[in-house]
Design a protein around this ligand. Structure first.
Ligand SMILES: NC(=O)c1ccc[n+]([C@@H]2O[C@H](COP(=O)([O-])OP(=O)(O)OC[C@H]3O[C@@H](n4cnc5c(N)ncnc54)[C@H](OP(=O)(O)O)[C@@H]3O)[C@@H](O)[C@H]2O)c1
Length: 242
């Protein structure tokens, strides 16, 4: 019998993260649902359990060294291995704010979650991923962070210019490539996913994709076969330009 694969999804209490947890659960993985607020996330865990999935909440604030260290110790103590890490937690705080007017405090808060949070969590869980025969890491990025899309006048969201969100996801793309270079030659694959414009709280549910559609490229990268790629950027319609 093959061992059950273990996944951790950050920001799994709502939105795309919740749907990724559901889809990984449907594929038979045990999913640790990273949540900032344990009590407020009970309904999310109970909902997935009622659907028959093997899920469990784990307190994890990606912006806190202490919280991430506590969460990784907890997983180290209960199994000591991680097969899939989905760095999904993210914030978008400067929608509609001009680059010339945005505050550096807002920039620091955004980067603390969208960039440093992904680095912090990946570094903390890498020892557990190294114990997996087939580790998979997915950075949930955005086509908004793609230089290729942002410099294409035909990009449907070219008129939107949230500089801090855009630059945080561009930085995350660079982080993905750097980790992939370091881990090349190991069983760990690390890739970036673009869910596309997806209806969630992040955009007051104005997105055009459902969470099911948004989660699809993330789950695809999280469950890649051994001959799958590393260091790529995948969206709902295939490869994205960096
Ligand atoms: N929706 C889109 O159109 C779209 C498009 C491209 C990329 N994305 C990316 O997809 C990811 C998920 O976004 P979403 O649309 O599902 O947004 P969402 O519904 O607003 O959910 C964001 C999630 O991130 C969590 N989070 C925020 N800060 C955190 C922190 N410091 N530590 C741990 N968790 C934290 C939130 O937890 P709380 O409930 O505790 O706040 C929540 O679970 C993000 O990285 C986003 O940038 C979304």
């Amino acid at each position: 019998m093959t061992e059950q694969r273990l996944a951790l999804v950050t920001g799994a209490n709502r939105g795309i993260g919740l749907e990724v947890a559901r889809q990984l659960g449907r594929r038979g993985l045990k999913v640790w649902m990273g949540v900032r607020d344990f009590d407020r996330s009970a309904a999310a865990e109970n909902g997935l359990k009622a659907e028959g999935y093997d899920v469990e909440r784990l307190v994890l604030d990606v912006a806190s060294d202490e919280s991430v260290a506590t969460a990784s110790s907890h997983l180290a103590d209960s199994g000591g291995r991680l097969d899939v890490l989905v760095n999904n937690a993210g914030v978008a705080l400067d929608s509609g704010v001009e680059p010339s007017k945005v505050s550096l405090d807002l920039a620091r808060t955004t980067f603390e979650v969208n960039v440093f949070g992904c680095i912090r969590v990946t570094q903390a869980f890498l020892p557990l991923l190294r114990r997996s025969p087939a580790g998979r890491v997915v950075m949930v990025s955005s086509d908004m962070g793609s230089h290729g899309r942002q410099t294409d006048p035909a990009f449907p969201y070219a008129h939107l210019n949230p500089m801090i969100y855009i630059s945080s996801k561009a930085a995350l793309n660079a982080v993905t490539i750097a980790f992939a270079k370091e881990l090349r030659g190991t069983p760990i694959k690390i890739n970036a996913a673009n869910p596309g414009f997806t209806a969630t709280d992040l955009n007051q549910h104005r997105g055009l994709n459902t969470v099911e559609q948004g989660a699809a490229p993330i789950v695809e990268l999280a469950t890649l076969a051994d001959d799958g790629p590393t260091g790529v950027f995948l969206g709902p319609d295939g490869p994205e330009p960096w």
